[in-house]
Design a protein around this ligand. Sequence first.
Ligand code: ADP
Ligand code: MG
Length: 478
Amino acid sequence: MTWEAVIGLEVHCQLLTKSKIFSGAATAYGAEPNTQADAVTLGFPGVLPVLNGDALRMAIKFGLAIGAKITGRSVFNRKHYFYPDLPKGYQITQFELPIVDGGKLDIELADGVTKSIGITRAHMEEDAGKSLHENFAGVTGIDLNRAGTPLIEIVSEPEIRSAAEAVAYLKKLHQLVVYLGISDGNMQEGSFRCDANVSVRKRGTSEFGTRTETKNVNSFRYVEKAIEYEIERQIGVIEAGGTIHQETRLFNPDTGETRSMRSKENANDYRYFPDPDLLPVVVTLEDIEAIRLSLPELPEAKRNRFMQQYALARYDASVLTAEAALADYYETVVKTSGGDPKICANWVIGDLLGLLNKQNLEIENSPVSAADLAGLIARIADKTISGKIAKEVFEAMFAGEGSADAIIKAKGLVQITDESAIASAIDEIIARNPGQLAEYRAGKDKLFGFFVGQAMKATQGKANPEALNRLLKDKLAG
Ligand code: ADP
Ligand code: MG
C-alpha cells in the first residue's frame, strides 16, 4: 500500500420547498415538460428574482445541524456559462459568502471508529433544467421544469481516504437532510447527487496530487465504484510514468468506468460577480435562534436516547433510529403496548422490517400500523397468546386479515392457561409413548424436547409454554 487516496465530495441536495428558489413556479417532480417554467425560470428580460424564505430557512437548518457558522450577510453571485438548459446564460449561486460556513459530519467506519469529516461550506443555488435525448431524433429536447429548483451544494474538505469512507459520509449526509425534512433525498429523481473529487499521492507525503472530478453520480453503489475505479486508474497512469490532468469525468454504470468529459474550468472562467438583482441575505441572531429551536432530534441524539431510555444495544438503537419515521413507529409501539422495550424492538427489527424488506415496502406504507403491532404485543404480555402463536398472528395481520384480537378470535388461538387441561394433554402423550418415557427416565434428557413438541402439537400450539414445561418436567420425573 504505497498509495493513498484523497477524496472530497460535493453534494447537490434539492430542498423540499413547494416553489422555486427565486419564483412562485412549482417544483413538483414528474410534471409535463415546461409546465413549471414561469418568466423568471425562463429568464425573460425585466423579470426579477425574489428569494424563497423557506429555502433560506432550510439551508440554515442544515448549517446548524452540522455545527457550522451561519453567515450573517451572504451574497448571491452569477456564475456564467452557456448550456441549452440554462436560459439566462448564468446560474445564480453563492461564491465568496455562502450561507453555511464550516461544520463537520461524524462518520462511523467499519471497525467502529468514528471519524470527523470537515465540511468546508454549503451554499444556496438554483438547479439547471434538463436536456432530453431519448425520444428525440436528431435534436435535443429541453425541459425547464427543474430550472430554478432550490439546491444546497455541500462541499467537504478533502479528508476522505477511501471509497468506503465516501459512502459512509454520503449515507450520513443523506440521513441528516431527510431527518431535517429539508430534502426528500430521492436519488433516482436526482434530489441528492454527488460529484466525487479524487486524487492519489504517495503515502506519507503531505502534498495533494492533481484531482479529477467525476460528475453527478446518483447512487451510493455507483459512487463507491466510480471512486474505486478512479483511484486504480490514477495509480496506473502515474506508475506508467504519465501524469493526471485536472478534468471533469463521467461515470458509466454499465461498464463501471469513468471517462474524460472536458478539462476543468477555473473559477475565473465563470466571471462570478454579485447578482445586482438580489440584495445580500441578512439573517439576524434572533432568526438563527428561532430556527435552532425548530430543529428536530437528530439521528445520533435519538440513538443515544434510545440506548438509555429503552436499554437497547447500540446496534438495535441504530437500526431503529435510521429513519425518523421508523423511530416514531417504535416509540408508539412501546408506549401503546406497555410492553418490554427490548421485546418491542425485536418485533420491529426482526419481524416487521423483515417482512417490509421482503416486500420492498417503506415503514410509511406498512400494512401493520404501530397501534396494530402494539395490540399484538399486549396480547403476549397478558398471556392471551404465546410468543410462538404471535408470529402466526403477525403474518395474518401483515396479510391484512385484521387486528390481533380479531385474528386470535377468528382462528381460535387463545392460549390455554388452564393447567388441568394442559396436564391431561401431557398425561395422554406420556401414556402413548412408554418407550420414550423409559429412555428419558434412564437419562436421555434430550427427549424432553420430543415431549414438548408432542404436547404442543396436541394443544395446537396453544398451551402456555411456561406451564407446559413445568408440568411436563414434573410428570416425566414421575
Ligand atoms: P471546484 O468548485 O472547482 O470543484 P473546490 O475548491 O470547491 O473546487 O473543491 C471541490 C472539492 O474538491 C472539495 O470537496 C475539495 O475537498 C476537493 N478537493 C480539492 N482538492 C483536492 C485534491 N487534490 N484531491 C481530492 N479532492 C480535492
Ligand atoms: Mg466542483
